[in-house]
Design a protein around this ligand. Structure first.
Ligand SMILES: [Mn+2]
Length: 387
């Protein structure tokens, strides 16, 4: 079926290749579908006009591969990318699967393990450069604790900072066109992870030697696991000029990491996330990091559905932004007392004096009309397709 919600390359959709390769294993049950080869994954994505894919080093190159094997994997991948017209925009290192990382990679208490993790990232950055990736993602899956007696969090954050600083210098030294993105998550697989929220990541970035080289890629599910507002979290990253990629999916709040299809759980929340990206002209890739249900035989309905939901919501955003009654209500809500707009955004002694002497009609201001029931109903009706 082809219609106006059929993806185009210009939509710049991307999927983690691990999402397509996901075999449905969970902590309580074994695989439910076969692993797909890289070729089959990329062919399926390219056929559906997906712009790019994201991958971990070990999705493409086996752990511990020889130099020759590594070179062969990259050669084959680049050929496949050329043949299919699909890009690799984001690369990341698997620093969580191998048991060597069971107590952390960058934040391991063993300096040799921290060095091994940093070496693995350097090798991955070389691969990223070779395939043209522009963003390198750190998801610190094992960077945390169950036993807080085991390490001091300031020391552990210092280890993390040392690693990122070293790797930024490595990128500069090699002239790679790669930025670093830190993906926050509050917990799972560790009891508590370091850098749990967008705010934590943004504050951490300011302590680095090259904050201009580092941003963040929030993920819907990770935000909802912490019980926070998805719209607000992404907005904070965008406002800081730090939104380097997005990991869209969905999640029931305050539970284990469910990685559900984007907009499959909470349409209104998904609507506001798309609205944020549209209203503020976000122009990087729209990445999906989710899994097909464990009950699915193959990933393709899942792939199509994520993109389709995004495009439908994009149309709903346009409808909302153009709806006359919505816009009249918003003007009423935001447009009162224009004489005060910008009156104290810039400080001067005069402005301060004027503000000190100003008289306010507190009762009128308190009683101004805020027709939010009507506004929210209009949005509900747009989303339900009756308006
Ligand atoms: Mn993710």
């Amino acid at each position: 079926m082809s219609d106006k919600y059929t993806p185009k390359k210009t939509d710049k959709f991307a999927f983690g290749i691990w999402c397509i390769q996901n075999r449905g294993r969970d902590p309580f049950g074994d695989v439910t579908r076969p692993e797909r080869s890289v070729r089959e994954c990329l062919e399926g994505l390219a056929k559906r006009n997906v712009y790019a894919f994201e991958f971990h080093d070990n999705d493409i190159i086996p752990f511990g591969a020889s130099a020759a094997e590594r070179d062969r994997c990259i050669r084959e991948l680049r050929k496949l990318m050329d043949d299919l017209g699909i890009k690799a925009t984001v690369i990341t290192t698997n620093l969580f699967y191998h048991p060597i990382f069971k107590d952390g990679a960058f934040t391991s208490t063993d300096p040799a393990i921290r060095a091994f993790a940093t070496q693995k990232v350097m090798q991955c950055l070389d691969v990223g450069h070779e395939v043209g990736a522009e963003v390198y993602v750190f998801w610190g899956g094992r960077e945390g604790t169950e036993v807080d007696a085991s390490k001091d969090p300031i020391t552990a954050n210092g280890y993390f900072r040392d690693a990122v600083n070293f790797l930024c210098e490595y990128v500069l030294d090699n002239g790679y066109n790669i930025k670093f993105s830190i993906e926050p998550k509050p917990n799972e697989p560790r009891g508590d992870l370091y850098l749990p929220t967008v705010g934590s990541v943004l504050a951490f970035i300011q302590t680095l030697d090259h904050p201009e080289m580092v941003g963040t890629n929030p993920e819907v599910a990770h935000i909802k696991m912490a019980g926070l507002n998805v719209y607000h979290e992404f907005a904070q990253a965008l406002d800081a000029g730090k939104l380097l990629d997005v990991h869209l999916n969905d999640q029931k709040p305050l539970r284990y990491d469910q990685d559900l299809t984007f907009a499959s759980e909470n349409l209104k929340e998904a609507f506001f996330l798309v609205k944020l990206l549209v209203d503020h002209n976000y122009d990087r890739t729209i990445g999906f990091d989710a899994h097909p249900y464990r009950t699915e035989a193959d990933p393709w309905d899942f792939v199509e559905r994520n993109m389709r939901n995004y495009l439908i919501l994009k149309e709903k955003v346009q409808r909302f932004n153009e709806d006359r009654e919505v816009q009249d209500l918003l003007r009423e809500i935001h447009g009162v007392h224009p004489e005060w707009v910008g009156a104290f955004t810039k400080y001067s002694k005069d402005a301060a004096q004027r503000l000190k002497q100003a008289q306010f009609d507190v009762e009128a201001l308190t009683n101004r009309r805020l027709p939010y029931e009507r506004l929210d109903q209009l949005l509900t009706e747009i989303l339900l397709g009756v308006r």
